[in-house]
Design a protein around this ligand. Structure first.
Ligand SMILES: [Zn+2]
Length: 386
């Protein structure tokens, strides 16, 4: 889905975007409502009225999907998970979260929030319908009741469908939260929940094909071809999404197992703190080709000096300045232990703006690791695990 989507506004600070495929479903919904559903349930109005009512209903259904996604987003934001955007497309909506949930409980609450919103809307609309029917059968009020019924049932369906326990549907996320809490393994839980997603995808495809067959042989009304086609399409979408989630979880699993010790350079060269800059350039930077070196004072680590630190000093000054005068003084964020996962170390580098980390074990410098080394290593691992 590389086609551009349009930003139509913001809610909770999140950009709301519409994918071109959404217009298709919007037109289809308006068309079905105004030519079929509304004339049948509210006879005697002009075609223009049906089209206006159909479009209003379609917009309200679209708002329902948006509110469902905002339900997920609201809880995610509570857990400080940034949301890049909410996109509405052919099959509904999706809130793009930048991080995974921090715990099974958070995962569960974020996942359930969407269907809860849908059920609340559904309940309110159906209660409104019951109220209107209890008062009077006035023509205008009957229109309102019809819209209320449509929205009530639409939201009920939206909530129920999303609770199907196949990842990446909301129900599948709830399943993943349960499996994650049970087995304490996030990636395995994702893979298992995605297998359920593959299963439900196949069920939908088969169900859709069966409906198409029944419509073709006259067992069911011929309009069931559309329902069947739609079911099959949803099944394919779910299957493909589950497959992609399963692959991604497997890849992340492989990557998460990679530790700093698997990729660090163990021949570490340190620069004594009293070395002048021109000496450091000649004897270390040019001789070894590294971008940075640990600075030691009597074998004690006191900082890190990089090419950028030296470049910040005019060349004419190089023989007058020492590395301990230009280095970045020691801080805890500068070092890692060999058993830290590479992905975690990379996150730390990004946060602190380091290009390299010094690997320390029992107070001794045992290695050095650079950002580009981790990236290359993970790319190779990722490629070989596919
Ligand atoms: Zn949802």
């Amino acid at each position: 889905m590389q086609i551009r989507s349009w930003e139509i506004g913001r809610a909770l600070g999140i950009p709301i975007r519409i994918h071109p495929s959404w217009f298709l479903v919007f037109l289809l919904a308006t068309w079905t409502l105004s030519t079929d559903y509304l004339p049948e349930s509210l006879p005697g109005l002009s075609p223009g009225r049906y089209w206006v009512m159909g479009a209003v209903a379609a917009v309200l259904l679209f708002l329902s999907v948006l509110l469902h996604e905002l339900g997920h987003s609201y809880v995610a934001l509570y857990y400080r998970i940034p949301i890049e955007q909410i996109t509405l497309f052919l099959f509904g909506g999706v809130a793009h979260m930048r991080q995974e949930a921090p715990s099974p409980k958070a995962e569960f609450l974020i996942a359930i929030a969407g269907p809860v919103v849908s059920f609340v809307i559904s309940g309110s609309c159906l209660a409104l319908v019951a109220l209107v029917e209890a008062i009077q059968q006035d023509q205008a009020l009957r229109g309102v009741a019809m819209l209320g019924l449509l929205l009530g049932l639409g939201n009920l369906q939206l909530g129920m469908f999303n609770l199907i326990p196949g990842f990446p549907l909301d129900g599948g996320r709830i399943l993943r939260a349960g499996l994650w809490a049970w087995g304490k393994d996030y990636y395995r839980a994702t893979k298992q929940a995605a297998v359920a997603g593959l299963g439900f995808g196949l069920i939908f495809v088969l169900w859709g094909l069966l409906r198409i067959r029944q419509a073709a042989t006259g067992e069911l009304d011929s309009s069931m071809v559309w329902t069947g086609g739609w079911l099959a399409l949803i099944g394919i979408f779910l299957y493909v999404a589950a497959l992609a989630s399963r692959r991604q979880a497997a890849l992340r699993h492989t990557i998460s197992a990679v530790k700093i010790q698997d990729m660090m350079v163990t021949t570490v060269v340190s620069i004594p703190s009293h070395t002048t800059l021109d000496e450091a350039v000649n004897r270390y930077f040019q001789a070894y080709g590294y971008g940075g070196f640990p600075v030691v004072d009597d074998r004690r680590l006191i900082g890190l000096v990089t090419v950028a630190d030296i470049q910040a000093v005019p060349v004419a000054m190089w023989s007058w300045r020492r590395v301990d005068q230009v280095m970045r003084p020691f801080s805890d964020s500068m070092v890692v232990t060999p058993d830290v996962p590479a992905v975690q170390a990379m996150g730390c580098m990004a946060r602190e703006g380091w290009d390299q980390l010094i690997v320390v074990h029992n107070g001794e410098i045992v290695g050095l690791v650079t950002h580009s080394a981790i990236v290359h290593f993970l790319q190779l691992r990722g490629a070989s695990s596919r």
